[in-house]
Design a binder for this molecule. Structure first.
Ligand SMILES: Cc1cc2nc3c(=O)[nH]c(=O)nc-3n(C[C@H](O)[C@H](O)[C@H](O)COP(=O)(O)OP(=O)(O)OC[C@H]3O[C@@H](n4cnc5c(N)ncnc54)[C@H](O)[C@@H]3O)c2cc1C
Length: 439
């Protein structure tokens, strides 16, 4: 066996591991990043084919913290980020009788919107008088109790599907709808809290060559610290050091930062309570289809971000992103690109269909919505067998198990997207916070 010694090992070169490495590189030169695949990025996967820029993973990243801004500036990408078109920020749709209707963004638009019945709209006012929860509950119970069933079914279910592809009856409100939970806990009512909350305009972005441009840039800068095709099998604490074992090699280090998914991590350590907690993390399968068309063959040119569905729409997809209406750079000017997302906890059965069967179903539904008559000119597909981690009711126990494990293992940190924030910007922020605190 080869033996290498280094101060810090970072396991996993997704955005959590790469951003940890990036912030660490400002303080130290003595670290290694180990990645099992032959390329970096993890879930961030841009595919550039036939002049279309497709994202198998994240399509837009929020600019909602300083860490994401810092990393973009450090990588020289800040001045080249692409913001969504104004029209896509304003128009986010849900389906109503197979029609695209806007999710209202102002009180007046909400009053006029067909998104809820009059009864459903009036029910919302009752929220001011609903008792505050004493303990955490699931999203469905929380929203239905506070705002009524119609609000839950018509607005929250599509929204939660769009981010987590999740089942609201299983998801922890404290961990998935953190802002609403905190408003209720602080002000006794979400509505009262919203009135007192300072409004922030949070932007999102993509990059000229897709989101992978960020992960590739970080990797390029840290190239000499990166070891791909290294699958970590075990981590052992010995004589005050950590031994990282894999690929018939042992790497000895003082500090270790582990950013692999929960279903990998549970087999790397042999601690019973940690295994049990990690084993309960469910990852939803997601199928991602990209379709490209000639613009001239599309009749419905409604500009917007995309459309989300609810179960009663009886569609075979969770949502469609109108990529070329969000960002100009993702397709040639005379063509249009759409991403269709299927699966999650709601559509588990659909993900078991053959690729071609599923493709035909969703393509027909997409063409119906955008009124396309002509030939499909481009397509791409990616299947995430284990896509999005669900923040279910076991989150509290999971976080406790991780904290206990870390306090029994000094200089070991567990980071990743399956707790304390799933988005790319959350992952970057968590990495920065840890490096700033401990190095
Ligand atoms: C379909 C989809 C759409 C999404 N859309 C958005 C979006 O629009 N906006 C947004 O902000 N977020 C989005 N997300 C979420 C976000 O992309 C992820 O949460 C984030 O990229 C996770 O990064 P990570 O580094 O924590 O994990 P990962 O990307 O999973 O990285 C973990 C890395 O560890 C490596 N690894 C695994 N096992 C080992 C081992 N034994 N040894 C060494 N290395 C190992 C893996 O190969 C991988 O590179 C989306 C996710 C999915 C699936």
């Amino acid at each position: 066996m080869n033996e290498i010694k280094v101060n810090t090992v970072i396991i996993g070169a997704g955005i959590s591991g790469l951003s940890a490495a990036h912030f660490l590189s400002k303080k130290s030169n003595d670290f290694l990043i180990l990645e099992s695949k032959n390329q970096v990025g993890g879930i961030i996967q841009t595919v550039i084919k036939n002049d279309f820029i497709c994202e198998n993973g994240p399509n837009t990243v929020l600019l909602n913290n300083e860490a994401i801004v810092e990393i973009l500036k450090d990588c020289g990408l800040w001045d080249s980020i692409n913001y969504p078109q104004e029209s896509s920020n304003k128009n986010r749709f849900v389906l109503n009788n197979n029609q695209l209707i806007n999710i209202p963004t102002t009180f007046l638009k909400f009053v006029k919107s067909p998104i809820l019945s009059i009864k459903g709209k009036l029910r919302i006012l009752k929220e001011l008088f609903v008792k505050q929860h004493r303990e955490n509950t699931n999203v469905s119970e929380f929203i239905t109790k506070r705002f009524g069933k119609e609000f839950h079914d018509n607005l929250i279910v599509p929204f939660v599907s769009g981010i987590y592809a999740g089942d609201t009856s299983k998801m922890s409100v404290k961990h998935t709808l953190k802002i609403l939970w905190n408003l209720e806990q602080t002000h006794g009512s979400v509505i009262k809290g919203l009135f007192k909350m300072k409004k922030k305009n949070i932007q999102s972005f993509n990059l000229p060559n897709g989101i992978s441009q960020l992960t590739f840039k970080i990797a390029e800068k840290l190239n000499k610290h990166l070891k791909c095709n290294f699958e970590v099998e075990q981590i052992i604490k010995k004589n005050g050091f950590y031994e990282i074992i894999g690929n018939k090699e042992v790497i000895t280090c003082n500090n270790v930062i582990v950013t692999v998914p929960a279903y990998v991590l549970k087999n790397i350590f042999s601690k019973d309570y940690l295994f049990k907690a990690l084993d309960k993390v469910i990852y939803s399968a997601v199928d991602v289809f990209h379709f490209g068309f000639e613009k001239k063959n599309i009749e419905n040119l409604k500009q917007g971000f995309g459309v989300l569905t609810k179960p009663s729409d009886k569609k075979s997809f969770l949502g469609i992103l109108f990529n070329s209406r969000i960002f100009n750079h993702v397709s040639p000017n005379d063509k249009e690109l759409f991403t269709v997302l299927i699966g999650g906890e709601r559509q588990k059965e659909l993900c078991k269909l053959s690729k071609i069967e599923l493709r035909n179903k969703v393509l027909a539904e997409l063409e119906d919505i955008i009124q396309h008559n002509g030939n499909l000119i481009f397509e791409n597909h990616y299947k995430w067998e284990k896509g999005i981690p669900q923040y279910n009711m076991n989150q509290e126990n999971l976080i406790m198990a991780i904290n206990k494990f870390e306090s029994n293992h000094s200089n070991l940190k567990i980071l990743g997207n399956y707790f304390n924030g799933v988005s790319v910007s959350d992952c970057i922020m968590k990495s920065k916070q840890y490096i700033d605190r401990c190095f």
